[in-house]
Design a protein. Structure first.
Length: 144
């Protein structure tokens, strides 16, 4: 049975499994260090959820919850499912969990972005109630 849990301690076994997922998110992202992993886990605004079966992590999702003047907001980032676990409902399970958790934290809304080329992911998000927004997303990259 696949279960979703929040990662509450920076255990090396979790970090090792999560670091195997990171290349599926980004070809340029480096594996997390123990310090970076602990910083994420100990953050009051970031919640890291994993879907696992028999102590094997099949996917992860990060949920950021933060207050702003117009209310509490929530943002989903870094959703990834192991290649061999895709098609088993892992992404849906993680996404539904994030929706539920964001409501518990009092978020007014829950946002995420997904590249148009990720057709299956986009269909999933729409199937659980996300609406496509007409907006521009901008990114500023700090230069060293």
């Amino acid at each position: 049975m696949i279960l979703v849990r929040e990662v509450l301690e920076p255990l090396a076994t979790d970090m090792e499994q999560l670091n195997l997922l990171i290349p599926q998110l980004s070809g340029s992202a480096e594996p997390m260090t123990q310090t970076e992993f602990a910083e994420i886990i100990n953050s009051s605004t970031t919640h890291l959820y994993v879907a696992e079966e028999n102590h094997t992590i099949l996917g992860m999702l990060s949920l950021a919850i933060f207050p702003i003047p117009t209310g509490v907001r929530a943002w989903v980032e870094d959703v990834v499912v192991k290649t061999e676990a895709r098609g088993k409902g892992v992404g849906k399970l993680l996404t539904l969990h994030a929706i539920s958790e964001s409501k518990k934290f009092g978020a007014v809304s829950l946002d995420l972005t997904s590249r148009p080329s990720r057709e299956i992911a986009n269909k999933l998000y729409q199937s659980v109630g996300f609406d496509v927004r007409e907006t521009n997303v901008y990114r500023y990259i700090h230069k060293e």
